[in-house]
Design a protein around this ligand. Structure first.
Ligand code: SAH
Ligand code: SF4
Ligand code: F3S
Length: 470
């Protein structure tokens, strides 16, 4: 029996064990990969007869899917655990914590010492065993730790409960081999391993059948899909001509019903010409590309182990702009990496000035235990980090305001996602470049691609009105 069939048996057993009306809460931290993992955890829980609630007091299970890429997530988790202690004492709620942070020994040690009431601790390589872990905790009434230090396998066929009916994430590979010197991800997610082309294509076809319109392909280094397999001659089965990231884009572009394809995050060093060509050729692939910069200074990039220089990054952007009509770019930037001087930071501002990103996700460098960056002696003082962050933020915001002006009066294709959160009378959707547009329209438009004329800009969103010939 394969692992997932076995876990399905445990799902059934838990269901039979429990009363009706069991409920769970889930708090997901971190990136879209973690969100996709949480959708699988929700799928397993619903299969076991649990229903999701947002009200902690009525929950029988409190589940956390954690991130450890920056420090603030730790404070947040420990704060929540403190709050849960009372609920544990009063009604014996089951507390389960999984995800990246649980792959860090100093964190699990701290939990066992300071929060001994936590029932289940599981890692990134054992997510699929959650039903078995839960069954054991329910029947044996003991605490359980299920963490593996080796790379987990790629599992297919877990149940999944997706957050949206219009947009779906599809993880195409796990892990990362890049070891950027600031980053904890390779230590907590293991080495790169790709899913089989057939499994991905079949999942996307099924999503299309269910009415999904937008697919986001996920991986920590998404454009090196199947690269390790090719280099190390690890066997994989070519399917529909898919043997690389470029050919995967091509194959998904052909699937009827899917209207938009996005992907995060590619690494600039692996951005090959065949991928650029497919972004340009495939009509469904959005022309917004997320291209993490991290720093604009060649020396800092070298210290970060990013494997490209300032010039190589700018040349890549030029090449992409030439070959991909209507290209827009977004990026990630870290300020205050160890040893970064004021002058070196100016290079980051310079690249931002030159590229004119559509969106910039800005981070203050955070020391991560076990990474080379943490051991570097020339850490930048907090005050300087904050000053640089604010300067970058000012530049980015002024650019966004200027860029938003360009949208006014244009017609944009928007995928309508639902009611606006702040005003249920209005609808919300996104442009190809991932800008939020709010507009008046009938609810029947939800899930459709429509043309909107942009009428005004409001920094983080645009307003539009329906073009009559829709
Ligand atoms: N694999 C992706 C994203 C990884 S994490 C990539 O390479 O782009 C998302 C972002 O968090 C990174 O791009 C980086 O900007 C930021 N980040 C990672 N480690 C960090 C750290 N120690 N401190 C601050 N930001 C960090
Ligand atoms: Fe971290 Fe670098 Fe891997 Fe991204 S590519 S996950 S930043 S090590
Ligand atoms: Fe965080 Fe893990 Fe994603 S550390 S950013 S949740 S891969």
């Amino acid at each position: 029996m394969n692992e997932i069939e076995e876990q399905r048996k445990y799902m059934q057993k838990v269901k039979e064990l429990n009363n009706k009306n069991m409920k769970y809460t889930i708090l997901t931290m971190g990136c879209q990969l973690n969100e996709n993992d949480s959708e699988k955890l929700c799928g397993m829980l619903e299969e076991m007869g649990y229903e999701r609630t947002e009200n902690q007091k009525e929950a029988d299970i409190a589940l956390f899917n954690t991130c450890c890429v920056r420090e603030n997530a730790e404070d947040r988790l420990f704060g929540k655990l403190g709050e849960l202690k009372k609920l544990k004492e009063e009604k014996g709620i089951i507390i389960a914590i999984g995800g990246c942070m649980m792959q860090e020994k100093h964190i699990t040690d701290k939990i066992k010492e300071s929060y001994p009431f936590v029932d289940i601790i599981f890692g990134t390589h054992t997510l699929q065993r959650f039903p078995e872990d839960l069954y054991k905790v329910l029947t044996e009434k003991k605490k359980l730790e299920d963490i593996l230090d080796i790379d987990g396998m790629v599992y297919e066929g877990l149940p999944i409960k997706r957050d949206s009916k219009i947009k779906a994430s599809v993880t195409i590979m796990n892990g990362c081999n890049n070891f950027c010197s600031y980053c904890i991800v390779p230590y907590v997610r293991g080495r790169e391993r790709s899913r089989q082309p057939r499994a991905i294509i079949e999942e996307v076809r099924e999503l299309a059948k269910q009415g999904y319109k937008e697919i986001t392909l996920l991986g920590q280094n998404v454009n090196s899909y199947l690269r390790v397999e090719r280099e190390k001659q690890i066997p994989f089965e070519e399917y529909e001509g898919v043997h690389s990231f470029a050919t995967l884009l091509q194959a998904i572009n052909k699937i009827d019903g899917i209207e938009r394809i996005r992907f995060v995050s590619p690494h600039p060093k692996d951005f090959t010409d065949d991928v650029i060509k497919q972004i340009a050729n495939c009509d469904k692939v959005c022309k917004l590309v997320h291209l993490p910069l991290q720093s604009g200074n060649t020396k800092v990039l070298k210290e970060m182990n990013r494997k490209y220089t300032k010039e190589q990054y700018l040349n890549l952007v030029e090449k992409m702009k030439e070959r991909i009509p209507n290209l827009t770019l977004s990026t990630d930037i870290i300020v205050g990496f160890p040893g970064e001087t004021d002058e070196e930071f100016e290079d980051t501002l310079d690249v931002v000035e030159k590229v004119k990103f559509e969106q910039v996700y800005m981070f203050i460098y955070s020391r991560r235990v076990g990474t080379p960056g943490d051991k570097m002696e020339n850490q930048v003082p907090d005050e300087i980090k904050h000053k640089r962050f604010n300067r970058l933020k000012e530049l980015v915001e002024s650019q966004i305001e200027e860029n938003n002006q360009k949208y006014i009066g244009t017609i944009q294709k928007v995928l309508v996602e639902g009611e606006s959160k702040n005003n249920k009378e209005l609808l919300t959707g996104r442009t190809d470049s991932n800008k939020v547009v709010i507009f008046e329209g009938d609810k029947s438009l939800i899930g459709q691609m429509i043309d909107l004329k942009i009428t005004s800009e409001h920094m983080w969103y645009l307003k539009g009105s329906i073009v009559e010939n829709n």
